[in-house]
Design a protein around this ligand. Sequence first.
Ligand SMILES: Cc1cc2nc3c(=O)[nH]c(=O)nc-3n(C[C@H](O)[C@H](O)[C@H](O)COP(=O)(O)OP(=O)(O)OC[C@H]3O[C@@H](n4cnc5c(N)ncnc54)[C@H](O)[C@@H]3O)c2cc1C
Length: 480
Amino acid sequence: MIKFMKKLGILALVVFLLAGCSTSQVQDQNKSANEMSADIVVIGAGGAGLTAAVTAKQAGADVIVLEKMPMVGGNTLRATGGLNAAGTKYQELAGIKDSPDIHYEDTMKGGKNENIPELVRTLVDNANDALEWLNGLGANLIHVSLSGGSTNPRSHAPEGGAAVGPAIVRTLEKAVEDQGIEVLTETEATEILTDEKGQISGVKAVSKEKGELVIKAKAVIVATGGFGANQDMVVQYQPKLKGFATTNHPGATGDGIKMAMAVGAATVQMDNIQTHPTVVPGKGIMITEAVRGTGAILVNHQGERFIDELQTRDVVSEAILKQENGTAFLLFDQAVRENLKAIEDYAQQKLLIEGTTLQDLAEKAGLPADKLEATLKRYNGFVAAGKDDDFGRQHLSLSLEKAPFYAVEVTPAIHHTMGGLSINTKAEVLDKDGNSIPGLFAAGEVTGGVHGANRLGGNAVADIVVFGRIAGQQAAAYIQ
Ligand SMILES: Cc1cc2nc3c(=O)[nH]c(=O)nc-3n(C[C@H](O)[C@H](O)[C@H](O)COP(=O)(O)OP(=O)(O)OC[C@H]3O[C@@H](n4cnc5c(N)ncnc54)[C@H](O)[C@@H]3O)c2cc1C
């Protein structure tokens, strides 16, 4: 009996030890799975975040990127028009005279002078370098077109005017892969961590695959984009936008702003929220400004023009909202289509009403044919004369006469949040007293002040690459 008890005891001890041992192993595995470390954590894998990650890695830092969506790209993937840069070799090749100073003046004017001047100066002075850096990585942004509010064509896109965002994201994704940077998708950052001295010490996140994560780091770059898809936040700062649709991807919810505010960051100009004038009602699909820049006009339900189509977005949006149903028709011909590859995407998505003649188009779009014909005749006369007597449109590039003709019904939708985290020209996040928060950097649409009251088309993509590079460089310098 004693022998049996002894055996039982030994057995129990073995079971206990095994059980204990396996439990602690599981705990260890959990611990190592849930704790990671890097020199720098980048939150958000859109254009700004990927640019910052590549730049920081190029400067020798060890980087981890967190992305809450299943794929990288954010709103950057949706960008269609182009990247603004002045004084580029592609402008020179096309015979366009432009300079960072004119770019500066346009940006300040477009932003109603609410922009923070030194941030705009940084943007325009570094945009050409940013473009060359991207093209050096293979983006091939060589097509130059015009955007509303710009004195000169300076919006750079891939050959033929194809969509700019996918080209940028593809290029940066490849650079990230080539450099072996770890990008954790479906991993949502929930908190920026500080140590007992109040120094930035990492990020807390929730990964779909790994559960809760703590990533220790000496510096954090916030690149979570804007909050255009967060209705509550939009309405909190701009109640008149209640019920508006959005052009933004679902991840644009302002997380980075809230997380940075929790560690003392200040915000600027949060109520500066832009609507884009030409969005397909009910679908939220934006028709790029480059369509108007290439030659399209806007007509109302009476078939009449009502605005200089190349005015800034706030002005054009307001003018459309005053028309019947708050909608208007973007109208162009085959020549415009042939000059802008991006239109092929809209054709594939079946967004275009097509007419073999102007009469046919008018019938299909429900517009008065005689009025529409008179409007086009008058507009084509302005193009021939080089002067728009009705609305003073400056760039009268193409007369609209080559069949078939196309129309798309459009209305404004929430598009860009110009306000956000307060930063300086080193992409350092500032507190409410204007002091930088050591180790905390931000770039892209999550920041505020670059675009003032109204962003010019093409300036956001320039912003994310210019400030993404600065954030990457500065964070890498900081950790040393
Ligand atoms: C339809 C459309 C067309 C546009 N066209 C142009 C154009 O032609 N030219 C131009 O200059 N601008 C354009 N813009 C604006 C421009 O695309 C954006 O302002 C810019 O791309 C924002 O880049 P970003 O890197 O700051 O943010 P995003 O590209 O939005 O990236 C932010 C990323 O952070 C992720 N994220 C958010 N929260 C978290 C979290 N808690 N944890 C982890 N990840 C998180 C998001 O999922 C997202 O992937 C367009 C915008 C839209 C919507």
